[in-house]
Design a protein around this ligand. Structure first.
Ligand code: ATP
Ligand code: MG
Length: 311
């Protein structure tokens, strides 16, 4: 079988995730290559390991660049650290005021608190960058390569985490508002309220697109090995809880049945896991990718993978 439905005009955001080393980056780039034949495509890496750069043999950084040797693909790295540093610098005053008006902390403690991360904020800020791109609408397709499962899970659960934090902050503010109103008779929204509101809106924007099965699809990449299957299970469970659509799975590194004794023996070892994946994900469109003799690096190899993924 081949990957299906990705050419649907409404589908904008395609996210690849899975255990470390299973082929997420290769599959994401090969998918961008396939889509770029008919669509203007932005390839987005959220992996700080710069693997898209390595695989394409071209420097991809924090600014959009055209991918050499392609006509319709641009690429960018959207890494949480960079996004969050910008957020803290930009909103230092509001975050400080939130703590000053809602806690008994002294200035030193407040500054220390401000160096701590707000749960989920790093990933939400990366997502915000992605959603901003989608809403700007310069591209038809946005293909996202994520770092290994732990990161994808954090990415997916980040809107929920940040939403919890916003609720606590809003409760703290409510007490402050009540106090001000009791003393002065009225309360006017300030920059802290505005920040909380804008964060709430950002969470909503992210959740809206992630949970819209016509606009967003998550494609797990797995290999026929026990740990990868366990991680895929956890990933798909979290996708289900978060309401993110997933209906096809890539099973990579499948050995050929013929060939040398080593290959045959590896294939025999894979068979129970292939069966397990088949049984577990019988409702999924499952796409098997053979283990190639050479690594997938550079456009020529990526085109070969594209042919397998898309037929
Ligand atoms: N079907 C395949 N045949 C041969 N080599 C492959 C295949 N799929 C992936 N590889 C190779 O395996 C390595 C890992 O692939 P890739 O970087 O795409 O995985 P990843 O899941 O993105 O890894 P990471 O978790 O480190 O981001 C790379 O060297 C790649 O060239
Ligand atoms: Mg990768």
């Amino acid at each position: 079988m081949a990957l299906a439905g990705l050419e649907n005009n409404d589908l904008k955001l395609i996210i690849f995730g899975g255990k470390g080393g299973v082929g997420k980056t290769s599959c994401a780039i090969a998918t961008a290559l396939a889509l770029s034949e008919n669509f203007k495509t932005l390839l987005i890496s959220t992996d700080p390991a710069h693997s898209v750069s390595d695989c394409l043999e071209q420097k991809i950084g924090y600014h959009v660049v055209k991918v050499d040797g392609t006509t319709n693909i641009s690429a960018i790295e959207v890494v949480a650290d960079e996004a969050i540093a910008g957020f803290i610098i930009e909103h230092h005053a509001e975050l400080k005021k939130l703590l000053e008006t809602s806690t008994n902390l002294d200035n030193e403690d407040i500054e220390e608190m401000l160096t701590l991360s707000i749960p989920g904020i790093d990933e939400v800020m990366s997502f915000k960058t992605i959603i901003d791109f989608i809403e700007e609408g310069q591209y038809d397709k946005y293909v996202v390569d994520t770092a290994p499962t732990g990161h994808a899970l954090r990415l997916i659960s980040s809107p929920k985490l940040l939403d919890e934090w916003i609720k606590v902050a809003a409760r703290m503010r409510w007490k402050y508002r009540y106090m001000i109103t009791s003393f002065s008779g009225s309360y006017h929204q300030d920059e802290v309220d505005a920040l909380l509101l804008s964060l709430k809106r950002t969470v909503k924007r992210i959740e809206t697109i992630l949970q819209d099965s016509t606009r967003c699809e998550f494609i797990p990449v797995c290999i026929p090995e026990s740990m990868a299957i366990l991680e895929t299970g956890r990933l798909l469970a979290e996708l289900g809880t978060s309401g993110i659509f997933s209906k096809q799975i890539i099973v990579n590194n499948v050995m050929a049945s013929d060939g040398c004794d080593f290959c045959k023996s590896r294939k025999a070892g894979q068979l129970p896991y292939l069966q397990e994946l088949h049984d577990k994900y019988s409702k999924f469109n499952s796409v098997e990718v053979p283990m190639f003799a050479e690594e997938i690096k550079g456009l020529k190899a990526l085109h070969k993978l594209k042919m397998v993924l898309f037929g």
